[in-house]
Design a protein around this ligand. Structure first.
Ligand code: AMP
Length: 190
């Protein structure tokens, strides 16, 4: 049982890797993007609000995210977790740390998948055809990438500083299988 966080800009492949590792280790995969996309299907007032924010590429409020994640973590207690897309702001990181401390839990591994903006652009264009996500256009990618630089990079820096011994940078340009095998090796040793 492991508690793992994946960081990386939109399109870096963190969702793909989180899913593979989750199936391999039988640990719940908690993708906040997927959870929010499912909430949109409910078509209530919150869904409309979420759809508007997400299709602009901006971040949904910390209040909504913190509440979603804490209820999922509580629901899946003692099974371990793979967080994909959370925490994305410092407020979310502080909230998660507090939740873990209060529940006598700790992080085991943090993977940060690195990729630059030019390479990302090519990838996102490909994914927009395959997955038909309405936040996969170049214009929205730019907003999502700046949200990542302005908010989420501060969070990964925070963890890199405070959790150095469990923090691993991964080259996002490698093939999917190469990345998976790197992750597996690190997990095996941890
Ligand atoms: P993702 O699939 O992880 O790229 O997330 C898609 C969209 O969901 C993001 O662009 C945000 O609008 C929203 N989202 C997902 N996770 C978070 C989070 N932790 N904080 C705020 N917004 C989020």
């Amino acid at each position: 049982m492991k508690n793992i966080i994946f960081f990386g800009p939109p399109g870096a492949g963190k969702g793909t890797q989180a899913k593979i590792i989750s199936e391999h280790l039988n640990i719940p995969h908690l993708s906040t993007g997927d959870i929010l996309r499912n909430k949109i299907l409910e078509q209530d007032d919150l869904a409309l609000k979420l759809k508007e924010i997400m299709s602009s590429g901006k971040l949904v409020s910390d209040e909504i995210l913190n509440s979603i994640v804490s209820s999922r973590l509580t629901h899946e207690k003692n099974k371990g977790f793979i967080l994909d897309g959370f925490p994305r702001t410092l407020d979310q990181a502080y909230f998660l740390n507090k939740y873990l401390t209060e529940n006598k839990m700790k992080l085991d591994l943090i993977f940060d998948i690195k990729i630059n903006f030019e390479d990302l652009k090519n990838r996102i264009i490909k994914r927009s055809f395959e997955e038909k996500r309405d936040d996969d256009t170049l214009e929205i990618l730019e907003t999502r990438f700046s949200e990542y630089i302005e908010s989420t990079q501060k969070v990964s820096n925070f963890y890199n500083k405070n959790n150095k011994e469990i923090y691993y940078n991964i080259d996002g340009l490698l093939e999917i299988t190469e990345i998976t095998s790197k992750l597996h090796n690190i997990i095996k040793k941890s």
